[in-house]
Design a binder for this molecule. Structure first.
Ligand code: G4P
Length: 526
């Protein structure tokens, strides 16, 4: 194996996703502890913006500061190089999370054993499904009374629309939680409630052995054997190929807070989770072990300090090796750029790196050259695909509130859109600009940042819209007719593509019915 292949093979780049409060931060922290990346619990701050703090700007700025530091957390474990990509906890920033998911090779979903599958998880899973991302599930908080584990598995299958394969199985739960039978490693992992330590395991290949009673007592032993019998009857054994295709999700049970079941999850993860996978560009499929460097920008993080208006552009390396001070092609701008201080992220430290490999994320200091989705290469003209925009949920007209600062407003809006803070649509009929977001909080962030970073003032005006649909059709006449009929509701997106702004579900349904040759897409990639 060449050095490059070896480096790539040992990389595991993934994101942990969950509904807020399921335990993502706690799990992340425990994983970092195993990697020796941090030494004390409590070192990873939750990056959630608590609901009550929606207009507490100091809080948001603080959170943004934290989230740069924890954007990517790299560490070494058991010969593997692990990169965890953080995703924003607040649902109003779901779009950020969608984009981060385009830069990972797999995902761990955390589910609260009492709450089961929650809304946010369901939505994020849709993105994973679209991209066939391999998914592993950690059912957390087993130390609390939760749902019946069989019911939970049914719920996972139904709600996340994926087959599941339990690789560990809980022995009782809540106050009486005794641990899990580790199906994957054929071990009995025992939990001692008072001891908040690493799992105590004993090898246990044959659960019919009477020794089981000695560990967990007669009743639980009988129940465990019955459960495992049932599991073997109902769930097929783990097929790693199916996992890698995103068709089946291995499930582990544990308690992140008590550091129980976490190492077992990690051990299985490094063993079966994929190393960097081939990435689709418009021109061709790019394999990670190609010598030439390629990568794309999936996230831009602006500094909110108006005196230092620099950004960090996050690049996912898709192939080859990235090196400091080497010229790379910025394909959209068709020019060569080199970077003297690229950063890598180890634990919570940012440090300058000389080289990084496919699977890694590097942060490039930027002064406005990059947009989300830009491709960098060693010279080839490539355009990576798959950074979709989703139809926003909320829309408002943006108006200039300070006529002297029209230019600043324009510049600010353009840059914030390039950063992917929200989506801009321009009405084709009136020329009015409409901002679409996933949540109310983003409007507040935009207004605040326009003022503080660009000295521009904006005002929001209501517009009642249901969805933005990207439209296309082979039937040119029908498309022209539709655009004429709906002229007042047609807009351009940031790339000048046609978008139909439907003001109600009914209008959209009628349009789909009356113009059957037109395809209405709810994401910008189709
Ligand atoms: P999030 O990032 O997914 O939003 O969740 P986070 O890790 O912040 O966890 C949410 C809450 O759940 C935290 O409590 C955390 O301590 C708790 N928690 C996480 N894992 C477990 C577990 O295995 N068992 C139990 N019983 N609780 C768990 P909090 O009170 O909101 O915060 P904190 O004050 O403890 O930090």
């Amino acid at each position: 194996m060449s050095e490059l292949e070896n480096e790539i093979e040992k990389r595991r780049t993934f994101a942990i996703i969950s509904h807020p409060d399921a335990g993502k931060t706690t799990l992340t922290e425990k994983l970092l502890l195993f990697g020796g990346a941090i030494h004390v619990a409590g070192a990873v701050k939750s990056n959630k913006i608590k609901k009550t703090a929606t207009s507490d700007w100091m809080e948001i700025e603080k959170q943004r500061g934290i989230s740069v530091a924890t954007s990517v957390m790299g560490f070494d474990y058991d010969g593997y190089k692990i990169n965890i990509l953080d995703t924003p906890g607040h649902q109003d920033f779901a779009e950020d999370t969608f984009r981060t998911l385009t830069a990972v090779d797999s995902v761990i979903i955390v589910v609260d054993s009492a709450k089961g599958v929650e809304m946010q998880t369901r939505k994020l899973m849709e993105v994973c499904r679209m991209r066939h991302t391999p998914v592993m599930i950690f059912v957390n908080k087993m130390d609390r009374d939760g749902k019946d584990p069989f019911d939970l598995l049914d719920e996972l299958e139904e709600e996340l629309k994926i087959s599941v394969c339990p690789l560990s199985w809980p022995i009782d739960s809540g106050q009486k939680f005794r641990g899990v039978y580790n199906i994957f490693q054929e071990k009995l992992d025992l939990y001692t409630p008072s001891k908040q330590t690493i799992t105590e395991s004993v090898e246990f290949k044959d659960i019919s052995s009477p020794e089981l009673e000695g560990y967990i007592g007669d009743n639980l032993a009988a129940k465990l054997r019955e459960d495992i019998d049932l599991i073997e009857g109902v769930y097929p054994p783990l097929n790693i190929e199916d996992y890698l295709k995103g068709q089946i999700a291995p499930v582990f049970f544990g308690s992140a807070l008590n550091n129980f079941g976490v190492k077992e999850l990690l051990d299985c993860f490094v063993q079966i989770a994929p190393s960097p996978r081939p990435v689709e560009a418009v021109e061709r499929i790019v394999k990670p072990d190609e010598e030439a460097f390629t990568g794309f920008i999936f996230k831009i993080h602006a500094n909110m300090d108006p005196n230092h208006r620099s950004c960090i552009a996050f690049v996912k390396i898709c192939s080859g090796k990235f090196e400091r001070n080497v010229n790379y092609k910025h394909v959209r701008q068709n020019r060569m750029l080199k970077f003297s201080s690229p950063t890598a992220f180890m634990a919570q430290k940012k440090e300058t790196v000389d080289e990084a490999f496919a699977g890694d994320i590097v942060g490039l200091p930027d002064t406005g050259n990059f947009k989300i989705g830009d491709t960098l290469t060693s010279g080839e003209n490539l355009h990576f695909k798959g950074l979709p925009s989703f139809s926003p949920e909320m829309f408002k007209y943006i108006e200039n509130a300070d006529p002297m600062k029209a230019k600043q407003l324009q510049k600010g809006v353009d840059q914030l859109m390039d950063e992917g803070v929200a989506q801009l649509f321009t009405n084709q009929y009136t020329g009015r600009k409409i901002i679409g977001t996933v949540g109310q909080l983003q409007f507040e962030v935009i207004q605040y940042r326009l003022l503080h970073e660009y000295g521009a003032q904006c005002r929001w005006e209501p517009i009642s819209l249901f969805k933005a649909c990207w439209i296309e059709s082979d039937n040119k006449d029908q498309l022209a007719e539709f655009k004429k009929r709906k002229a007042q509701y047609m807009a351009f997106d940031k790339d000048g593509r046609d978008v139909f702004l439907a003001d109600s579900n009914y209008v959209l349904m009628m349009a789909q019915q009356d113009f059957s040759d037109i395809k209405f897409h709810f994401t910008s990639e189709f």
